[in-house]
Design a protein around this ligand. Structure first.
Ligand code: AVJ
Length: 341
């Protein structure tokens, strides 16, 4: 049941203006940087979907298997009848696992990529014909208002994929706080957080042998050329990914392999050989870090699930301070140091 076709056309102009502003400001700044959310036009979303199936990209398959094995416990802890609000739903590939277990009263997928959002909502509605679905084509980092029919229902926020890692800590805390405000008191949040791990595992995940991640990164330049009257010579840039240890993050950059000059939206830019445009941060958190982050953002973790190699964590939290007599749920057999308590 697909409901609530919102004012999609009206938003296109706003998105265009925001993209232009972010790109022009980002190219003029030092160091140059463009927010990662602009990766996700149609091609970008498709390339990201291709990344999720790469052998090197452990994130998606690890999270999916965690979600499958934890689904029943999650449903017990959340109870039935909440509305599930998914932030950055993309292709909603993991969502059916959660929907089948939790049996929500409604589903609200939120994404900036409109084609992917509506196609995915259509697919979910075919598998769950009785489920009311209210897609929201918005940037979830902006203040959010839930669709009317969902506003009075208890909610479960679903923020998978370690998307939180794209934000620096202060912005991540702000986002968690605005999610708490939008989802309301008594809401819950199920969040996927990628863990700090060896660079031998991390780096190939962001620099795969087939070059899909490189294509994903370079697609941002193609998008600039297509949507902002750009003349960026895409072949003069190469994809670079490295681990920034002091900030605990993988950084992606586009590096000029020669001196380049180009125009974007009528403005001229020049870059020296070796200069980069910083296009993405992917912050990684240790288990305790993730818990502190959630608490700073106004959420109390009540349970977590991690794979045996400690690659990835799913954390379930409730809005507000911890309830008295918290009984933290932990996986049997997990070494004490790996869990949270
Ligand atoms: C969608 C933000 C979780 O950081 O791992 C994948 C995006 N970038 N490969 C991530 C991404 C390069 C991804 N997130």
């Amino acid at each position: 049941m697909l409901l609530y076709k919102n004012e999609a056309e009206l938003r296109i102009a706003a998105v265009d203006t925001a993209f232009r502003r972010d790109v022009l400001n980002g190219l003029a700044a030092r160091p140059r940087s463009i927010p990662a959310r602009w990766f996700y036009n149609r091609t970008g979303s498709e390339l990201f979907e291709a990344i999720t199936t790469l052998p090197e990209y452990y994130v998606t398959r690890t999270e999916r298997s965690l979600l499958s094995s934890a689904a029943c416990e999650i449903a017990e802890l959340t109870g039935r009848g909440r509305a599930i609000i998914e932030f950055g739903s993309g292709c909603s590939t993991k969502t059916p696992i959660l929907l089948s277990a939790v049996r929500p009263a409604a589903y609200v997928p939120i994404d900036v990529s409109k084609e992917i959002l509506w196609a995915s909502a259509e697919r979910i509605s075919q598998s769950f014909p009785d489920l009311p679905i209210y897609p929201l084509e918005v940037d979830f980092t902006q203040p959010l208002r839930l669709p009317g029919p969902v506003a009075s229902t208890p909610t479960l926020g679903f923020f998978p994929g370690s998307t939180i890692g794209n934000l620096l800590v202060p912005q991540a805390v702000d986002l968690l706080r605005s999610m708490a405000a939008a989802l309301g008191s008594d809401s819950m949040l199920l969040i996927g957080v990628d863990q700090v791990k060896d660079a031998d595992i991390l780096l190939p995940a962001y620099n795969d042998a087939q070059g899909v991640t490189a294509a994903f990164n370079l697609n941002l330049l193609r998008r600039i050329n297509a949507e902002l009257e750009g003349s960026v010579p895409v072949d003069a840039f190469r994809h670079v990914a490295y681990w920034n240890d002091s900030e605990a993050r993988v950084e992606m950059h586009l590096e000029a392999v020669r001196t380049v000059q180009f125009e974007v939206a009528g403005r001229r830019f020049a870059m020296a050989k070796g200069e980069t445009i910083h296009t993405e941060n992917s912050l990684k958190y240790g288990p305790q870090d993730a818990r502190v982050l959630l608490q700073a953002g106004g959420w109390s973790p009540i349970a977590d699930w991690s794979d045996q190699h400690g690659l990835f964590s799913l954390i379930l939290a409730i809005e507000g301070p911890p309830p008295t007599a918290t009984c933290f749920h932990r996986q049997p057999g997990l070494p004490w140091s790996k869990g949270m308590q």
